[in-house]
Design a protein around this ligand. Structure first.
Ligand SMILES: [Zn+2]
Length: 163
């Protein structure tokens, strides 16, 4: 894959991540679905619209789930502060806030496993936050939705995330 294609794919994945997050928030706000049901419906809609393959929506859907569901409590402040409100008409910032509000009841349950060590890898798409290289402890501060690069110092590919 050449650099230009890679860049295009990266933009596509970031766009899909943001669309999934935003649509999941819409569906949760209607109040009839759990987080998992809303995410599944958002994935189905985007895959049937034809712009993205089922494989892409499944892959990015898992990244959205990890950031929004498993890290919801920790992520909230960082994400709300970091996402530029003018970046998307739909407002990813508000999408994140809305998801976190809608899932408030499950946060107690989630708090129990909030210390769980989630591993992040180069090439995955994630919301704003700080990624720390597991090899050399170098920190990367992400201020917007990003596809994770290799560690700038040691070029390794495994990170933990904090907010
Ligand atoms: Zn490193």
């Amino acid at each position: 894959m050449n650099d230009q294609n890679d860049k295009r794919e990266e933009q596509e994945e970031i766009g899909l991540y943001e669309k999934l997050a935003s649509r999941t928030a819409d569906l949760l706000e209607e109040g009839k679905k759990t987080f998992d049901e809303a995410l599944k419906k958002a994935k189905d809609e985007l895959a049937s619209a034809g712009d993205f393959s089922r494989e892409q929506t499944d892959k990015l859907g898992e990244f959205v789930r990890r950031d929004l569901k498993e890290n919801a409590e920790k992520a909230k402040d960082a994400v709300v502060k970091a996402v530029e409100p003018q970046r998307l008409a739909a407002g990813v910032q508000s999408a994140f806030s809305r998801i976190l509000t809608s899932t408030a009841e499950t946060l107690t349950e989630l708090a129990a496993k909030s210390e769980k060590h989630l591993e992040y890898k180069t090439g995955e798409v994630t919301s704003p936050g700080t990624l720390t290289c597991k090899e050399c402890e170098t920190e990367m501060h992400m201020t917007k939705t990003t596809r994770i690069p290799p560690c700038p110092k040691c070029h390794k590919t495994l990170f933990r995330k904090s907010y």
